[in-house]
Design a binder for this molecule. Structure first.
Ligand code: F6R
Length: 608
């Protein structure tokens, strides 16, 4: 994620840009920058760190310009640094661009532009854009931007200015949000409504590939063929606080709804139909992959639960034995590590103290380390040998949702990548799983578009003091995550058990009315799971089943069923966790809990 803003009007642009960016810091905050057209020149100020650093820098300058663009960054390509910060410019500094999104074909474009004589200074995907605009610039900025975007694949919301077509901001979006604020003798661009609310409540909500040209005489919107588009003004009635959450009541719900996009972003450029898997940050040779005799997956909490899925998936596809452990245990148990050991450390924040310590221990003993993390430039990403960035965007709610889902996606990609290199799975099977992965975003959206059947169970769950989650195989891994979600935000005690393990003790707790959530999405374990459900049912449990569309046999045994869309069993965790997130969320809301900031918890645990 990242945030962009733009201002064109009669006031000084700089303070308005800074104010707008401050409302977008929730979208990213590892660096920021602005560009203005000052005395006929494009002036750029940008730096690493929080917005306050930029504020200090630009206040000294006292720019008088009334046209400018700004950016707050959440790094995806290239670590947070001054040079990687936006705005980016062309070689002679006549064009400046702010960008939110990912240009998927940036490597191809970059190579082509270099062959055309362009020089690059940053590691970002964005830098191709000002060079492309420069390439097509012929005196009219919007024409150049339209031509440039025709070459770009991926997602983008852009703000562009140029000293050679001054008094103008050109903006466009595709698969990244962008709104246009309509004020009196002034107009704004912003990634999100809160950034303009201090100045106006009237906005245009742009559709994909709509181009905006803002000048002193007004706002014109075009389609990609430069036909004028008539748009209705949308009048915002929410307050700023609600608007920051995109109209959702809590960040957690917003982040649950961001999952389809997060899945897509994480797959982007890594899984392409019919092509070999490419993982940008992992540089292992075939020989190295074949040499690993053991993998440790190490993480904490929700990240650990994603690792449990990873263990099943890597063993099944890459055929390498995988041990999974919580970081705080691993580091004190004298684990057996050799140069043939691969360690995969998973951490949303990339700063969790136990995970970092486990990484250091394994590295010292000669293991190769892959980090899966959401935060570019985090400690874990810097200390690992290879990094897989999950491009989920900043996660604000303490309870992890979209980061968990993208960790799963990362693990599928790594497992498939190893299987492809080692030739452990037939190519047709690999293609089938890739297809399945590419369809997951849509299927996730399908679940989120109709949550009423899931919410219907909240009244039941909410009255209980204890809830049990059951599953076998991959369903057991998801049961653990569902259970953690419920306990951490609703404070209802819950436990997850492997279906077959129940009879070895825990079943003693089942009595009339005990609440059980049973996952039965795995076709090879379906009958066994149904018989485990029968065991608790006959002892009086009230059971909510989670199954895949078409697996209706379960209805004979449970009290109610939620169905997830049909996918290959191996991919089911990505879908089956969603009803569990929704159940936990609405149960916590009904109990009046502080959903985004549950008691006793912190988003990033940087102490042992
Ligand atoms: C639960 C949750 C925590 C984190 C854990 C590890 O919803 O978010 O359990 O998963 O503290 O954090 P990271 O992934 O940042 O290492």
């Amino acid at each position: 994620m990242c945030g962009i803003v733009g201002y064109l009007g009669e006031k000084k642009a700089t303070p308005i840009l800074i104010e707008g960016l401050s409302k977008l810091e929730y979208r990213g905050y590892d660096s920021s920058g602005i560009a203005v057209v000052e005395n006929g020149e494009v002036k750029i100020e940008k730096c690493r760190g929080r917005l306050s650093n930029l504020k200090d820098k630009v206040l000294d300058k006292d720019f008088t310009s009334s046209i400018g663009i700004g950016h707050t960054r959440w790094a995806t390509h290239g670590e947070p640094s001054d040079v990687n910060s936006h705005p980016h410019s062309n070689q002679d500094g006549t064009i400046a661009v702010v960008h939110n999104g990912i240009i998927e074909n940036y490597i191809v474009l970059r190579e082509w532009l270099i062959s055309e004589g362009y020089k690059f200074v940053s590691e970002t995907d964005t830098e191709v854009i000002p060079h492309l605009v420069d390439y097509y610039f012929d005196g009219n900025l919007e024409d150049a931007v339209i031509k440039a975007t025709k070459r770009m694949e991926g997602s983008y919301a852009l703000g562009v200015i140029s000293k050679n077509d001054p008094d103008k901001i050109v903006a466009v979006r595709k698969d990244s949000p962008l709104v246009i604020g309509v004020g009196e003798n002034e107009s704004f661009i912003a990634s999100d409504i809160p950034a303009v609310l201090n100045s106006t409540r009237d906005v245009y909500l742009l559709e994909d590939k709509e181009f905006v040209v803002m000048t002193k005489s007004g706002i014109t919107i075009y389609d990609e063929n430069k036909n004028k588009v008539d748009k209705q003004i949308f009048h915002v009635t929410w307050d700023i606080d609600a608007a920051e959450k995109g109209g959702y009541e809590h960040f957690m719900l917003k982040e649950i709804y961001e999952q389809p996009k997060a899945i897509k972003d994480t797959l982007t450029s890594r899984i392409v139909k019919g092509e070999k898997i490419k993982i940008d940050g992992i540089h292992l040779t075939k020989e190295q992959i074949e040499n690993f005799d053991r993998i440790y997956i190490i993480a904490c909490g929700t990240a650990y639960h994603s690792g449990v899925v990873g263990k099943y998936v890597i063993e099944r596809l890459a055929k390498i034995p995988v041990e999974i452990d919580v970081a705080s245990e691993f580091r004190y148990r004298n684990p057996l590590i050799t140069e043939k050991t691969l360690m995969i450390c998973i951490s949303q924040s990339g700063e969790t103290a136990d995970t970092l310590a486990a990484l250091r221990l394994a590295k010292e003993k000669g293991a190769r380390i892959i980090a899966i993390t959401n935060v570019v430039g985090s400690s874990i990403s810097r200390e690992a040998d290879d990094v897989f960035y999950t491009w989920a965007g900043p996660e604000i709610a303490v309870a992890s949702t979209k980061a968990y889902i993208t960790m799963l996606i990362a693990l599928y990609i790594i497992a498939l990548y190893m299987a492809e290199v080692k030739n452990t799975v037939r190519a047709t099977e690999i293609e089938k799983i890739k297809d399945g992965l590419l369809n997951l975003s849509e299927k996730t959206a399908e679940i989120l578009n109709d949550i009423e059947p899931i919410k219907a169970f909240v009244d039941e769950i909410y009255k209980h003091k204890d809830v049990y989650y059951l599953g076998r195989g991959l369903d057991y891994a998801v049961a653990m995550e569902g259970s953690l979600k419920l306990k951490e935000i609703s404070y209802i005690h819950s436990e997850a058990y492997a279906g077959g393990e129940l009879k070895h003790g825990t079943i003693a707790l089942i009595e009339e009315g005990t609440s059980v959530i049973a996952l039965a999405t795995q076709s090879d374990l379906y009958d066994k799971m149904v018989s485990n459900i029968r065991e608790v049912k006959t002892r009086g449990a009230k059971v909510l089943g989670i199954a895949m569309e078409g697996q209706t046999e379960i209805e004979k045994t449970v009290d109610a069923t939620i169905y997830i869309p049909k996918v290959m069993s191996i991919l089911a965790p990505v879908l089956s966790v969603i009803p569990l997130q929704i159940l936990a969320y609405y149960t916590a809301v009904k109990k009046g809990c502080d959903v985004d900031k549950p008691r006793n918890l912190a988003k990033s645990v940087t102490v042992e």
